[in-house]
Design a protein around this ligand. Structure first.
Ligand SMILES: [Zn+2]
Length: 418
């Protein structure tokens, strides 16, 4: 056999004798190729061999593992008239899915997402989580997730993994929220795994803005380009940096705290303990307070603000303009620092775009003329629930990168020596 082995040669040379490593690489290659083919339909084993450069024997063995692991399934192809014999195609198993979850300051949410990243079902509950214990919020989230799992089961879908987004600094390895000032949490280890006890891939904890930025990477190929800053407007304000198509989180995973850039030295106290941070001006609560709408928090907030803006109420318009001015200052400073020239607005910044974007762009032009073009100020394409969707997408990606975690220990690698 003389076929090339994409992706495997370097690693097998660098780790002598690591046949298992070659097989894991090839499993990921095969699964990624099946996933990539999804928009145009099932892919045959022969097409998969061509796409991956692996031998047909190798593909047969790898596919057997992927079928056994339940990640892919076989489907009968339309028989070709002249041949008569129906072929067999492979596709990502629609009977498997992942769950993206989010705890934010004023809601909890969960979303069922297919292995081809289709958004199947979303549940969201408004809940004022400020001052609630992590255990209470997690108990309510578990209840919400269970309704989603029940619906998934009714549709014959098994959940294989999940991700949970939280608006705070996190330690992924220990599933700990180090600090989430707007929730009032500090050093809270979450039983994220317990939300999906049956899921073989477990549950990964992510920062909310990073998760939402990831959702943009997946859905924005070709629009946002490979480098952008995603800024998420919730009660808190966070950012996710995407550099060369990958999330940049800094050495400890905490980069992107744009909400705590100090913009007003004599400003208001911030949840972080500082003074005059962007969040005290452009966070959801800050805007509502400035608009005179802060008396009754929770779900009516944004709709009330939107209707106040629609009827041209001066306090509401001024509050959004002021938030936009300071957000513009923060964004051009960030853009200079990170060397990016595209920004993607998410959360309430996207919801308020009609009123927010013109003064935002004016501010950016005034403070950094020509740095960010008007057509490089984009709105989140993932829309509401971007963080939950981003979490789900990152679980799908980790499955594509390492499908062996869903598969029983395999037989010896199919020999494929040059
Ligand atoms: Zn702050």
């Amino acid at each position: 056999m003389s076929e090339p082995q994409p992706g495997s040669e370097t690693r097998s040379q660098s780790i002598p004798g690591s046949v298992g490593d070659v097989r894991r690489t090839n499993l990921a290659l095969a699964l990624t190729s099946i996933a990539r083919a999804a928009p145009s339909g099932p892919i045959t084993r022969a097409q998969l061999a061509t796409a991956t450069g692996l031998t047909k024997a190798s593909i047969s063995s790898l596919v057997l593992d992927l079928l056994t692991g339940g990640v892919v399934r076989e489907v009968a192809l339309e028989p070709r008239a002249e041949r008569g014999r129906p072929g067999v195609g492979l596709e990502m198993n629609p009977g498997r899915a992942v769950v993206g979850m989010e705890i934010n300051v004023d809601y909890i949410a969960a979303e069922l997402v297919s292995l081809t990243r289709e958004r199947l079902l979303c549940v969201k509950r408004f809940r004022d989580n400020r001052g609630s214990s992590a255990a209470d919020v997690m108990a309510d989230l578990a209840e919400l997730v269970n309704t989603l799992l029940a619906e998934a089961a009714d549709r014959g879908i098994a959940v294989i993994g999940g991700g949970l987004a939280v608006p705070g600094l996190i330690d992924q390895a220990t599933s700990t929220v180090l600090t989430a000032p707007n929730l009032g949490w500090s050093g809270e280890t979450l039983d994220a795994r317990g939300l999906l006890p049956e899921a073989r891939l477990g549950v990964t904890l992510l920062n909310e803005a990073n998760a939402a930025a990831l959702a943009e990477v997946r859905s924005r190929t070709g629009t946002a380009g490979p480098d952008f800053v995603f800024v998420s407007g919730e009660v808190g304000v966070g950012a996710g940096f995407v550099i060369a198509g990958s999330l940049f989180v800094g050495p400890a995973g905490h980069a992107g705290e744009i909400g705590h850039l100090v913009l007003e030295p004599e400003g208001l106290p911030c949840s972080c303990g500082g003074i005059g941070c962007l969040e005290t001006i452009a966070g959801q609560d800050a805007i509502l307070r400035a608009a005179g709408l802060a008396d009754d928090p929770l779900e009516t907030d944004m709709s009330r603000l939107l209707s106040a803006l629609s009827s041209g109420e001066s306090m509401a318009v001024a509050a959004v303009q002021r938030a936009a001015t300071f957000l513009g200052m923060a964004l051009v400073s960030t853009a200079r620092l990170m060397g990016v020239s595209t920004v993607v607005l998410g959360g309430h910044f996207a919801v308020l775009a009609h009123w927010l974007v013109p003064p935002l762009f004016e501010s950016m032009q005034r403070h950094a003329p020509g740095l960010i073009r008007a057509d490089r100020v984009l709105l989140s394409s993932a829309g509401e629930g971007g963080a939950a969707f981003g979490c789900a997408g990152s679980v799908v990606q980790s499955l594509l990168d390492a499908p062996q975690f869903l598969i029983r220990p395999g037989p010896a690698d199919v020999a494929e020596h040059p």
